[in-house]
Design a protein around this ligand. Structure first.
Ligand SMILES: Nc1ncnc2c1ncn2[C@@H]1O[C@H](COP(=O)(O)OP(=O)(O)OP(=O)(O)O)[C@@H](O)[C@H]1O
Ligand SMILES: [Mg+2]
Length: 257
């Protein structure tokens, strides 16, 4: 898949609508004498795109995803715009961080973003149905049948009334995918969603996940440190380069796309 054309500045590139538009965004993290810096000179993600960020452990994948999901504040931003849906004006995310409008950031996150974590992150005291429905319940969304439909598509309908600890790891990951999609977000961000599965189960679940986001017209950004089958899924890879100081004091990753 090719990268979107260069933006005209208004967030619209030809017939593509940009959901993310970042310029000169930097996150620096320091701990015990070593520093890590993620630099994003330019990143544009269009509505409906399917994006993969594949890189070794420690290269900054989660750091980028956490900034895109608005849970991690960038250290510096030239500009960081997020369009919540087609037809909406882009929101100035760097401005919201600067003005400490954390409620606004939280609202955008809850309403527009779905997140699939590596280990599922399910609530152990809620049933599978309640876990999948959680994102909807927080938004007071009435039942429109999507939870049952997703459970059917994901092959976990028979587990709906069970607690997560009674499911296999792969089944729990399917529940986590259902939960990230159930409130029909604009975008779903998945951080190593199948890393704890065997390769065959991982491939099956990943294909299912991509099929579902396609069906629901949801943009997807997926990070993984190793994904042999990614090319078959037709994702656009984000370019990134990592450079380390010889004495190990500083690692810098530059991401563009
Ligand atoms: N809270 C933190 N404070 C300081 N440094 C951190 C923090 N979290 C991560 N880092 C550092 O930032 C760098 C990038 O971490 P990140 O978690 O983004 O990598 P990753 O590509 O997601 O790795 P993995 O594939 O292992 O999940 C690492 O060198 C890490 O040590
Ligand atoms: Mg990570």
């Amino acid at each position: 898949m090719t990268a979107p054309e260069v933006s005209t500045g208004n967030g619209l590139t030809g017939d593509k609508v940009l959901i993310y538009h970042l310029r000169d965004v930097v996150k620096t993290r320091e701990a015990e004498g070593t520093a890590f810096r993620l630099r994003v000179p330019s990143l544009q993600i269009a509505l409906g795109e399917k994006i993969a960020l594949i890189g070794e452990s420690g290269c900054g994948k989660s750091t980028l995803l956490d900034m895109l999901s608005m849970t991690l504040k960038p250290s510096e931003t030239g500009s960081f715009r997020f369009r919540s849906e087609k037809g909406a004006e882009p929101v100035d995310i760097s401005g919201l961080w600067r003005k400490r409008q954390l409620n606004r950031l939280g609202d955008l996150r809850r309403l527009r973003i779905g997140y699939v974590m590596q280990t599922g992150g399910l609530l152990p005291y809620l049933t599978v149905r309640e876990n999948i429905n959680l994102s909807r319940r927080l938004l007071d969304m009435p039942n429109d049948g999507l939870v049952d439909e997703l459970a059917g598509d994901l092959g976990i309908r028979r587990h709906l009334d069970k607690l997560p600890h009674l499911l296999s790891v792969g089944e729990r990951q399917r529940v986590a995918i259902g939960r990230a999609l159930a409130h029909r977000p604009s975008i779903v961000i998945a951080d190593e969603p199948t890393a704890s599965l065997d390769p065959i189960a991982a491939e099956r679940i990943m294909s299912l996940f991509i099929e579902l986001v396609d069906e629901l017209h949801i943009t997807v950004i997926l990070a993984s440190h190793a994904w042999r089958h990614i090319n078959r899924l037709g994702l656009r890879h984000l370019e990134h380069h990592t450079r380390r100081e010889e004495d190990g004091s500083m690692t810098e990753t530059v991401v563009t796309g």
